[in-house]
Design a protein around this ligand. Structure first.
Ligand SMILES: [Zn+2]
Length: 298
């Protein structure tokens, strides 16, 4: 595989349509109700994870400034900047978007106003153009291909694109000096997926999780939930999605009436996955989404 060079894109002047802010949480997982407030956790030298309520990001402090990631929303970005100021007087030089979903990428304006360069995979740009939000800063630099090294000072943040999985522009980020990747929305530790797993390509989700399982690391930071998750949570999520696909297909092939399939599959998955947070409230909607997925020809 060859490294592709980061390509500067000319940011068009956009007329941003003022859309109503979402009033519902678009978090990937049913979150435990006790997640309130914000917190900063140091993962390694210069490597931090910041959480506000149910959402989480990482940032990297270097001798030449800061590489931040998902700004989440304006208040979270403001709180994150306060925490960064306690660590370094240097500015945020880069903001890297993990993917295009609004719940992770709104709020970057305060960093843009201070001169930060915004980075994403190039596939995110059409999404931002199609559904503009005045709180989303358009990327200044995008990359194509499967990887890019973002260097600042003595540090490098490795960006990896695994293909279509959760949307089509999600990247996994890992500092070169701390082997703890930032993996957003693919495997939130201990939880269930969102009920309708909207723009997940289920087979490609499984493929991406298998690829992550082949990587050499022990813990990761997710976009929601705990600061550090053990790697085996990725296999757990992959096994759940595989079981969902297999058991739903089994019922479809057997001719089970569609209305009966959610309960039938839920009963089959109960034994292996009932410990996942939110299982009973979500599994049947996951099955309905999977029926639709097969019905559309996958
Ligand atoms: Zn997402």
């Amino acid at each position: 595989m060859s490294w592709t060079s980061l390509r500067k894109t000319i940011v068009p002047v956009l007329t941003l349509v003022a859309l109503a802010s979402p009033t519902f949480a678009t978090a990937q997982t049913a979150l435990p109700p006790q997640i309130e407030g914000h917190e900063l956790t140091q993962i390694g030298p210069g490597y931090y994870t910041f959480r506000n309520k149910g959402l989480r990001n990482v940032f990297l402090v270097t001798s030449a400034g800061v590489i931040a990631t998902d700004p989440i929303e304006p208040e979270t970005a403001r709180l994150m900047r306060e925490e960064i100021r306690k660590i370094t007087p240097l500015p945020v030089k880069y903001v890297v978007y993990s993917h295009q979903h609004w719940d992770h990428v709104r709020g970057g304006r305060i960093f843009k106003d201070e001169g930060a360069i915004f980075v994403s995979h190039e596939n995110c740009v059409p999404h931002f153009r199609d559904l503009p939000d005045p709180e989303i800063v358009m990327p200044d630099q995008t990359f194509s291909g499967d990887r890019y090294f973002l260097k600042l000072g003595e540090r490098t943040l490795k960006l990896r694109y695994l293909g279509t999985n959760h949307g089509d522009c999600l990247i996994v980020m890992t500092p070169d000096h701390v082997n703890v990747p930032f993996i957003v929305d693919l495997a939130t530790a201990g939880g269930m997926p969102l009920p309708f797993i909207a723009d997940y390509s289920l087979h490609n989700w499984v493929r991406s999780l298998r690829e992550l399982e082949s990587w050499d690391f022990e813990q990761y930071v997710g976009g929601h939930g705990v600061a550090l998750a053990p790697k085996n949570r990725i296999a757990e999520r992959r096994e759940y999605i595989e079981a969902l696909l297999i058991e739903t297909k089994r019922e479809l092939d057997a001719g089970t009436p569609l209305a009966n399939i959610p309960d039938a599959v839920a009963a089959r998955l109960q034994g292996r996955f009932a410990h996942l947070r939110g299982f009973n409230g979500i599994v049947r909607d996951n099955v309905r989404r999977t029926i639709t997925y097969y019905g559309m020809g996958w």
